[in-house]
Design a protein around this ligand. Sequence first.
Ligand code: NAI
Ligand code: PYR
Ligand code: MG
Length: 560
Amino acid sequence: MKKSPLYTAYSGSALLETPLLNKGSAFTVDERIAFNLAGLLPPRYETIEEQVSRAYMQYKSFDTAINKHIYLRAIQDNNETLFYRLLQQHLDEMIPIIYTPTVGDACEQFSDIYRSARGLFISYNDRHQLDDILRNATKRKVKVIVVTDGERVLGLGDQGIGGMGISIGKLSLYTACGGISPAYALPMMLDVGTNNEKLLNDPMYMGLRQKRVGQAEYDEFVALFIQAVKRRWPEAIIQFEDFAQPNAMPLLQRYREQVCCFNDDIQGTAAVTVGTLLAACRSKNVQLSAQHVVFVGAGSAGCGIAEQVISQMVAEGISESQARSQIFMIDRFGLLTDATPGLRDFQQALTQPQKTIESWSYSGEFPSLLDVMNCAKPGILIGVSGQAGLFTEPVIRAMKAGVSTPIIFPLSNPSRQVEATPEQVITWTEGDVIIATGSPFAPVSYNGQQYVIAQCNNSYIFPGVGLGVIAIKARLISDEMLREASKTLAAASPKANNGSGGLLPAFTELAALSKKIAFNVAKVAIKQGLALEVDDVILQQKIDENFWLPQYRQYKRISA
Ligand SMILES: NC(=O)C1=CN([C@@H]2O[C@H](COP(=O)(O)OP(=O)(O)OC[C@H]3O[C@@H](n4cnc5c(N)ncnc54)[C@H](O)[C@@H]3O)[C@@H](O)[C@H]2O)C=CC1
Ligand SMILES: CC(=O)C(=O)O
Ligand SMILES: [Mg+2]
């Protein structure tokens, strides 16, 4: 569909320096005259396809993933349309560069590799100038904000201001896979200090050089931030990303009824994991509600997934207490039971009664992961601990001894934090396994068979949810909407539908999948009274209209 012309007052070098508007060598002869660009560009006019060819050639010349990341980010900061066109054409190859695993390195090295401004950095010291700061944003019509405080970046711990890398990466996927115009997407970083000594002692570190502020100051700061966003962009979605466990759930509970927000690590991860589990169970011809499920890492992601697994089991017809009895949460000190001290509220609801384990054989104070494998005989094992190597050979072999075709999801990111590599899991189960990981892994060959490794990552969920919410201006994001996203994902599984192919659709199909998720999620929002009613035809039209594509528009000049 050809877009209408875009009217802009920018011209000359200001136009070339505005990434949302810059077309570089693709400015036409007429535009070069109309916008005072003559002489500022090499004479030859180029199409976006020609620009993509050059950019890809340059991209290929970099040897390391981090240098490729720096190069792609430079294009993004220079010409967003070209960046997304390049990404669209090489999605499989470039997603691991702009997102996990390489984004983890980019967050760790954020200050070292910093090049140019993007998004908003809001430091605690600026808490009384929030309205001014939000007014300074280069984008006026913001519809999606990804905000982090950098305290738990992937499985890499406190990265302070480096968390901005993850906000940028998530929003790149919102655009590349969910069609959200980059003009509407704003990454944000709340800088409240860092407890990472390495960063505090690093002369290059660009964030506040102090320990994180105390809880009362923190809560007040976040409250001021939420109020300021509500004043400036009342309809914007706020995606909380990579907040540490003490703040993730409390912030979600505090704000989810006040603003259109969600926590990606709790809710997005739950939606993608339950969707992938449903696909796995379907392809194995079993019910999720018949499984014992073990989680390693009873944090934001683990407890978020567990609660959604319980809802799904109840929807399949078992009682809630039965469903809870089938969930085994393991953290640093072993299985969580009602005798485990110091648990948070959301963990307490997921403990096993001590009396359940009375007949178990174990030696420590609480059963270890290996004990749980031997005694609970789970069909499903999920890793969300952020700790590499926890799924050891004895653990996987013990699981396999208790069940045929175990479902094993080591979901921690980035790749180097994975609980076990797909190759290890496939070898130790002798190839009889259904596996998905959080970061991308290459297919594994075992005994003459190729195993495609599904990437169970919340990036399958948030672009579509965001698109649906924006299309109908939903007021809030409900659990039911996220459950619908999960169901839509499960229904798109090639393996569950055809008995072969990947457990999840390929990333290259994510744009089409996001539109389906958007449609279904929007319908639920309408049904729940969270958005104005529209019929299906109009709804589809709104989704299509909101789906931005990386193509240049013709520019017309308006006087400043
Ligand atoms: N695939 C995906 O889409 C997603 C993956 N994740 C990954 O999950 C991991 C955890 O994220 P969150 O739950 O938000 O963090 P979190 O910090 O809230 O939870 C991690 C939990 O693991 C526990 N843990 C640490 N060492 C352990 C050990 N040796 N044994 C058992 N438990 C241990 C911690 O005590 C903590 O409770 C991260 O690596 C993150 O990258 C998170 C969100 C989405
Ligand atoms: C994928 C994601 O959100 C995480 O690892 O934190
Ligand atoms: Mg995250």
